[in-house]
Write a protein that binds this ligand. Sequence first.
Ligand code: SF4
Length: 231
Amino acid sequence: MKPLEAELDRARDLDVDALADAIETIGFECTRCGACCKSESGCGADDADEEPHTATVFPDEVRTLQSAADTDDYDWRDVARPMPYGLTEGPDGPEGETFEWALQTDDCGDCVFYEEGDDDYSGACAVHEDRPLICQTYPFSVDLGGTSQPMGEAVDEEGMVRAHECEGLGRDIDRADAVDLAEALKARAVRELEEAISVRDAFEPVETDTGEVVVHDSEGAKRPDGTPVDD
Ligand code: SF4
């Protein structure tokens, strides 16, 4: 069996109760600090230091966010940008081929859906009910090949559940919330591997012109506005 398919089988076999045990043991409560939604470098960083928020969003999640309650008439580009890894800096900006999409960012490099609060602990997500799986499961991930960051320290004996650095770790979580999080974590692992397999199978190299960006996702090759290259 090919490695990604084998990892997908492992993801489908993940035991939600065991994942919930690990989450319950380390504990977690979101403090609404916004660290996982904002630029790491902070607003106004020099170009060289700029590290915009970069979180993967899948094509169907982009469409969900386009039609989410507070995003009437959002364009594809309002929600997603080409994943920057793999692009090169050309005379007119980024160019080349890349894989997958990242949540769009604002002028500060923060997720475009992040709403700053009145203090450090009242930030909010404008699309909370429709947020992507990666946001639903932060700061946790599972240690399976083909799945995405955040990785981090193991929080269970088997090393399957990982937790990225986050100030919400260590806080009490009740069993029902731990199970909900564990279910989302498993769903995300399965989804990421299904997506990775589809991207691999749909991939066909595209000749790009100067200044052109092509994004390969599970539905084929697209322009930065989400339309297929073939159109
Ligand atoms: S979609 Fe919401 S939860 Fe996800 S990074 Fe943006 S503001 Fe944060």
